[in-house]
Design a binder for this molecule. Sequence first.
Ligand SMILES: NC(=O)c1ccc[n+]([C@@H]2O[C@H](COP(=O)([O-])OP(=O)(O)OC[C@H]3O[C@@H](n4cnc5c(N)ncnc54)[C@H](O)[C@@H]3O)[C@@H](O)[C@H]2O)c1
Length: 342
Amino acid sequence: MRVLATGGAGYIGSHVVAALLEAGHEATVVDNFSNSSPLAVASIAELCGHRPQCVELDLLDVDALEALLQGGDFDGVIHLAGLKAVGESVAQPLRYYEANLCGSLNLCRAMQRVGLRRLVFSSSATVYGEPQSVPVTEDAPTGATNPYGWSKYMVEQLLRDIATADAGWHTALLRYFNPVGAHPSGRLGEETRGEAANLMPRLAQVATGRLPNATIYGDDYPTPDGTGIRDYIHVWDLAIAHVRALEVLAGDTALSAGVHTWNLGTGRGYSVREVIAAFEQACSRSLPQQVLPRRPGDIAAIYADPSRAERDLGWRAKRDLVQMAQDHWRWQQGHPAGYEDG
Ligand SMILES: NC(=O)c1ccc[n+]([C@@H]2O[C@H](COP(=O)([O-])OP(=O)(O)OC[C@H]3O[C@@H](n4cnc5c(N)ncnc54)[C@H](O)[C@@H]3O)[C@@H](O)[C@H]2O)c1
């Protein structure tokens, strides 16, 4: 297939593009590089021995987007481009809704115009808000607790409505749990600009002395060790699931039509303390820790029921927490400040 990957130079997108090429598909990266580097595309080329086409473009530029799709003869789109920092979305809701909602609207409109209606969308477990029970299935109630989460929720709804109006759309909503790690080769990974927001990139910054200590927000949750539990998934496992989802949408089974929602997680939760221990093992040093009060809006535990993805996509996350930490650390050591520092 010829696949367009929006946000294909980003953390998850670069792995998805590499997984597409590895599976024998062709990929075109579209990115405005607001949170990534063109060097990620060069790194994909080195890794895969084949350079994906790369177009610098902002999804808010609807004319440029349409022109690209008109000339592209694509078989499908994987839509990863967007802004993703929850805290930032609370402070800058307009910017987040514009990037995530308007960008997605523009993409759908352009796709509709050129008759391209096969789409895989990067959604998030944030659409479950505070789950009533775990593991969370795709049928659990949805909602959100911040503008980022609402933007994902709204785009999901937009895509369902489009597919209801036009049965020609084939859509996958992939709800990621907590992607971490890096490509096992150490050539692709997350570029963290400034202070990292998420746990594992923060641990990497502690291990390299850029942050003084690992912060644990709350150790009084009703969990075995008192710290919050999340479902961490290796980014390479996640990337492979995108390829499978697109292939299933392009197949000729009942699953190729309509809108499908798939949880992408391991189905196993790890506590903050377990993640710290795994990272300490990976980097062979102990990390100073500091316990702070719970953050507002944080929940005690969430992890996926990934059985639908296993059944429909024939996919299952294979890599465990130790491998996630090892691969993250390998990337961090090779690229202390991102691609330009590799
Ligand atoms: N990383 C996570 O923890 C996580 C969890 C759940 C869902 N997601 C979603 O997965 C997707 C990818 O996340 P990521 O972690 O790779 O983030 P990322 O920031 O590394 O990648 C997003 C990419 O989109 C590009 N981009 C942003 N706005 C754009 C625009 N208007 N036009 C063109 N390109 C634009 C950025 O430059 C970047 O390369 C996002 O939609 C995110 O919301 C991420």
